[in-house]
Ligand binder design. Structure first.
Ligand code: MG
Length: 392
């Protein structure tokens, strides 16, 4: 059996382009789907998949680890950079989809069988940039409270919000008060038993992240995400040690040794690896094994398209330390035209029952994908009030 071609199918879906990768084989009717969605870098990923195809077309698709090593290590540059790591991830996920189809089993069965009855999911409140409402924190807080109520009415028992504004490396108390008002409003709206997460989007400095973390600690957040740059390992470790709320990070980490450093320094209690960026299932399972050694929870980053979601769920049914999965359920109304899925979602509690179909259990409709061709993502330029560059 040989890989005969690797195709890329780009599908523009509102905020981002979904980058679907199809690995075809010499076996009639046997192919696998992967995803390498990388906002603002779509064309780079498409090119990188094409570069990797030169390397592995003609190889046996069943030698997944061998092919992963080839994609990561050959042609001089290692595959840590996010563009190539994303391309490797997409192909790797497709190869595991093929492996599941060959075995006629869902992917999670290949890794030892289901370790849980269901996977819990959470949603993102959305609602735009908090900075746009910065001058009216009271109204902004009400907006967060309303969005929180809507998420719970939609069946979710956990949700995430971006209740922390972008700040300069040091600012006074105004942004701290604004963030606290929003979190207080959400907690008062939904009560004590709903899990609330706050994502700082790695925008604060360690000093500001610490202040936000201390101010929000009394509200019992489920986790506190990216309170500073992921490169600031000592900053994350300092914040994680200083607050009770577990710190989460990992969505922008693509190097196994960087995950090791985060874990060894206890820079997080929740690892948000992204299977479409960290090297697919092959490397993701190594990250999970490392996390297991430190008793660090897994909560994958998954704001992308339907192949990423299916992959994140297969992973969840195979990993004991997996606690919850990010999901996007209302990005585009035609999502179900593009994909058929093997798992089922129970609206009450938004829990997912395992896929029973081979591989990832999905099939994509290429004719429907073609209706939504590539469009550049909206350019985002972020500046602080003095004109200096901020983080998106
Ligand atoms: Mg995040």
């Amino acid at each position: 059996m040989k890989i005969t071609a690797i195709q890329v199918h780009v599908c523009h879906a509102r905020m981002r382009n979904w980058v679907f990768v199809k690995v075809l084989t010499s076996e009639p009717g046997l192919w696998g789907w992967g995803e390498g969605t990388l906002e603002w870098h779509t064309r780079g990923v498409v090119g990188s998949v094409e570069d990797l195809a030169d390397l592995i077309v003609g190889e046996d698709p069943r030698r997944i680890e061998h092919l992963w090593q080839m994609m990561h290590r050959q042609h001089f540059w290692h595959g840590h950079g996010v563009v190539r790591a994303t391309a490797i991830s997409a192909i790797d996920i497709a190869l595991w989809d093929i492996a599941g189809k060959i075995a006629n089993q869902p992917c999670h069965q290949l890794w030892g069988g289901a370790v849980r009855d269901y996977v819990r999911t959470y949603c993102h409140l959305g609602g735009g940039r908090m900075e746009d409402f910065y001058e009216t924190p009271v109204d902004n807080a009400k907006r967060f409270g309303d969005l929180a109520l809507a998420a719970v009415a939609d069946g979710f028992t956990a949700f995430k919000s971006m209740a922390v504004p972008s700040t300069m490396p040091l600012e006074g108390q105004q942004p701290i008060r604004a963030a606290e008002a929003c979190v207080r409003a959400m907690r008062e709206a939904v009560g004590p038993d709903i899990d609330i997460m706050v994502d700082c989007h790695a925008r604060p400095s360690p000093a500001m992240g610490l202040q936000f973390g201390k101010a929000l600690d009394p509200y019992g957040l489920y986790f506190f995400e990216e309170p500073c740059w992921p490169e600031s390992v000592e900053g994350l470790a300092m914040i994680n040690a200083a607050i009770t709320t577990p710190v989460a990070t990992g969505e922008r980490v693509t190097r196994l040794s960087d995950f090791r450093d985060l874990f060894a320094r206890r820079a997080c209690d929740v690892c948000q690896l992204d299977l479409t960026h960290c090297g697919g299932f092959t490397e993701g399972r190594r990250v999970a094994a490392l996390a297991e050694a430190y008793r660090i929870a897994l909560a994958p980053h998954n704001p992308q398209g339907p192949v990423s979601t299916a992959a994140s769920l297969e992973f969840g049914f195979s990993q004991p330390s997996y606690i919850i999965c990010e999901t996007v359920h209302a990005d585009v109304p035609w999502r179900s035209d593009v994909v058929t899925e093997g798992f089922t979602v129970e609206r009450k509690g938004r829990i997912v029952r395992a896929n029973t179909k081979p591989g990832l259990g999905i099939e994509l409709n290429e004719a429907e994908i073609k209706k939504h061709p590539f469009q550049p993502e909206t350019v985002q330029r972020v500046f602080h009030r003095d004109g200096s560059v901020g983080d998106w």
